[in-house]
Design a protein around this ligand. Structure first.
Ligand code: NAX
Length: 327
């Protein structure tokens, strides 16, 4: 049996946590022969609820679950961790400005970034899910300067999965036939699902779905507003699909990307496609199972460029709002 890896999940008593932990413990992320120690970080008031989640994890009798460490202590939460899922954050409340939310959550990610740098394993990788995830990730990364920039990720995979599903429904195909769907930019309503470069059954998407008005009038708004539609229908924000996307993201980073395909995740921009260096920007990426790289030479036409610039501008604005939190 392999040595266990340590996996931290923050906000572990929340809804995404509840949908995520059991799948990590079952082996769905790191594989059927990889034991895991779950380090569950919560705020102190949520520890009693977290205790209930721990009891349920125990009651699953997972063969791969080596240990569970529930805690409200940052050092303990990140001690020796190999993978950190930063899910916990404060939700936006009525009357709260975007800047207020960025400020409140920003402070959480300063502390977590510092605690990762101080306590985590030397190979630590971090996926930020808690919103606004790109900028929260930027803050954590900038407060953990000893951890290389290529180890930080913010989640846009839910947007990718949502976009693929909409294309599949419109084309009357199974979602598994949709590939090369890149999400560019911010995980927000400005993110751009790049249908021009997507493929359905190996053919260019625009040759399969020829209704060009549908893309701008229906597809993009549906993907951008999907989160709001789920809140309206369920009374709660997406949780199982968000947890599933977090699992997909990590699996896509630690396994080779299928030939000719790509996946979407926000990474620290190296200036590719003219995006400001250092922003956490969602790109089409590929992995060889160990290292990832941004796919270069994806055609970007005039329409796509305008959308990419709009989402980049939003991220620049978010960055300027949290400038004093960047260490
Ligand atoms: P919940 O409110 O159910 O859970 C959040 C949990 O985080 C709570 O248990 C809370 O006690 C905990 N928490 C708050 N501050 C913390 C801190 N400083 N340290 C540790 N834990 C802390 O929210 P949930 O539905 O689970 O969503 C979590 C986050 O994911 C939200 O920010 C949400 O906006 C974001 N999402 C991101 C998505 C993405 O695609 N990137 C999609 C789904 C989701 O909207």
């Amino acid at each position: 049996m392999k040595q266990p890896i340590h996996v931290t999940v923050t906000g572990a008593a929340g809804q995404i946590g509840y949908a995520l932990l059991f799948r990590i413990a079952s082996g769905a992320v790191f594989g059927p022969d990889q034991p895991v120690v779950l380090r569950l970080l919560e705020i102190a008031p949520a520890l009693p609820a977290l205790e209930g989640v721990v009891m349920e994890l125990q009651d699953c009798a997972f063969p791969l679950l080596a240990d569970v460490v529930p805690t409200a202590d940052l050092d303990e939460g990140f001690r020796g961790t190999n993978w950190a899922f930063l899910v916990g954050s404060v939700p936006r409340k009525a009357g709260m400005e975007r800047k207020d939310l960025l400020g409140i959550n920003g402070k959480i990610f300063i502390g977590q970034g510092k605690a990762i740098a101080k306590n985590a394993a030397s190979d630590v990788r971090t996926l930020v899910v808690g919103n606004p995830c790109n900028t929260n990730c930027l803050i954590a990364m900038n407060n953990a300067k000893d951890v290389p920039a290529d180890r930080w990720f913010a989640m846009t995979r839910l947007d990718e999965n949502r976009a693929k599903t909409q294309l599949a429904i419109k084309a009357g195909k199974h979602v598994s036939e949709v590939s090369n769907l890149a999400i560019w930019g911010n995980h927000s309503s400005t993110m751009y699902p790049d249908y021009f470069n997507a493929k359905i059954g190996g053919k260019p998407c625009t040759e399969v779905i020829t209704d060009s008005a549908w893309y701008a009038e229906t597809f993009i708004p549906t993907v951008q507003q999907r989160g709001a539609a789920i809140i309206k229908a369920r009374g709660l924000s997406s949780a199982a699909s968000a947890a599933n996307a977090a699992i997909d993201t990590v699996r896509s980073l630690i396994n080779p990307t299928p030939a000719g395909d790509c996946t979407s995740v926000a990474v620290c921009s190296d200036g590719s496609y003219g995006i400001e260096k250092g922003l956490m920007f969602s790109y089409p990426i590929r992995s060889d199972g160990k290292n990832w790289s941004i796919v270069q030479d994806v055609p970007v036409g005039e329409f796509s460029r305008a959308k990419i610039t709009a989402t980049e501008n939003e991220l620049k604005e978010e960055k300027s709002m949290v400038a004093e939190l960047l260490g």
